[in-house]
Design a protein around this ligand. Structure first.
Ligand SMILES: NC(=O)c1ccc[n+]([C@@H]2O[C@H](COP(=O)([O-])OP(=O)(O)OC[C@H]3O[C@@H](n4cnc5c(N)ncnc54)[C@H](OP(=O)(O)O)[C@@H]3O)[C@@H](O)[C@H]2O)c1
Length: 341
């Protein structure tokens, strides 16, 4: 059978994956089970660390529907290579073998030292394995988890809002608001789907922000990211960032690699760096940014307050070239998602 025959089922699995939480150490994964005519007869997705993986949820739904008499010649279609290790839940490769699945189709390869190579276990058990179906879509959906696990460090998204001429404040320092309400709402949704957000001590001391994820009506999202402040300065306990709305970590260092190592050890898969310009520029200067989220507002400010300061680019030949992989209009603003080219 050729890969294309499984693309509709994989698209459904990719859709199902998004039902799971984007935050947390585990990836968003979706799975469907197909009968011999390639009809979907069961579905599943991963609901976060400590809960069954997508394949296991799909198998459970299959046995709920068919009891101990499932149809023969079943195919499992999963967005990520079934895992091979026993964590808080058993290995998915073994669950698929035990369920008598005949064929496993997956998209992205598991890069994990411990969890990876489930496909070999499946092949050894006589199961047909078809890898790589819609791999670019799945790799894109799983990019945070795949990159963080490959690099063994927290994935860093750098966010800023700026005027069309690249300024993030007027000359007197005022910056509220450069971007429009839809952009601000979008930022809060991003916060509600991420493990942690970071600012430098400069921003905390200048603005006393709360740094929580809120809806436009002021209500709080259920998931709140860990608030991370980076910098050596002491901070008063009465600052809003230390309120009980969310956990807060003050990393009293300027060593960003150490900071990311510390956060990775605490299970932070994805960090959103929200500024200010000093911290943002330093992350960029040290090549620690995996992704950029940029809100561009149709306003001109001129002057010296640029979104980024010195990032170590001494000539155009050394410019940090980016590729934009997503563009969205948010009211009058443009939202761009980019990565290093
Ligand atoms: N428009 C926007 O989107 C936006 C967003 C955020 C902030 N802002 C504005 O930015 C202003 C604050 O700017 P800022 O640049 O001073 O703030 P910042 O980048 O938040 O903080 C700068 C501080 O971070 C610490 N730090 C930690 N790691 C560092 C490293 N590797 N290298 C250098 N410093 C490091 C240093 O403080 P220590 O001395 O404590 O180590 C440094 O002074 C505020 O007025 C705020 O309103 C604007």
């Amino acid at each position: 059978m050729n890969q294309q025959e499984f693309e509709p089922a994989m698209r459904r699995s990719l859709e199902l994956a998004l039902n799971g939480p984007a935050h947390g150490v585990n990836p968003q994964v979706g799975a469907v089970i197909l009968d011999a005519d390639l009809n979907i007869i069961a579905e599943g997705w991963h609901q976060g660390a400590g809960t069954p993986h997508a394949e296991v949820m799909a198998l459970r739904n299959l046995s709920e529907a068919y009891g101990s008499n499932p149809p023969a010649n079943l195919t499992a279609v999963v967005t990520l290579e079934p895992c091979n290790h026993t964590g808080r839940t058993g290995p998915c490769s073994q669950a698929l073998i035990a369920a008598g699945i005949s064929r496993v189709v997956f998209a992205s390869q598991d890069p994990g030292d411990v969890s990876g190579n489930g496909s070999q276990t499946l092949r050894d058990a006589g199961i047909e394995v078809i890898p790589g179906v819609l791999i670019s879509e799945a790799d894109q959906q799983l990019r945070v988890w795949l990159t963080a696990n490959r690099n063994k460090r927290t994935y860093v998204t750098l966010k800023w809002a700026s005027s069309l001429d690249g300024r993030n404040a007027a000359n007197d320092g005022s910056s509220q608001w450069i971007s429009g309400p839809l952009s601000r709402e979008h930022t809060h949704i991003t916060r509600s789907q991420i493990d942690a957000i970071a600012v430098g001590t400069g921003t905390v001391l200048a603005d006393n922000p709360e740094l929580t994820a809120r809806r436009p009506d002021g209500s709080y999202f259920e998931h709140q990211p860990i608030r991370v402040v980076i910098g050596q300065s002491d901070l008063g306990a009465d600052l809003k960032i230390f309120n009980d709305r969310a956990p807060t970590i003050h990393l009293q260092t300027r060593n960003l690699v150490d900071a990311l190592t510390d956060l990775w050890a605490r299970g932070v898969k994805h960090l959103l760096v929200e500024g200010g310009p000093t911290l943002a520029s330093q992350f960029e200067r040290e090549n620690l940014v995996d992704e950029y989220q940029i809100y561009l507002a149709p306003v001109l400010l001129g002057g010296a307050k640029t979104a980024l300061g010195d990032i170590g680019v001494s000539s155009i030949a050394r410019a940090h070239r980016l590729e934009i992989f997503e563009i969205e209009q948010l009211g009058n603003d443009l939202f761009l998602r980019a990565r290093r080219a």
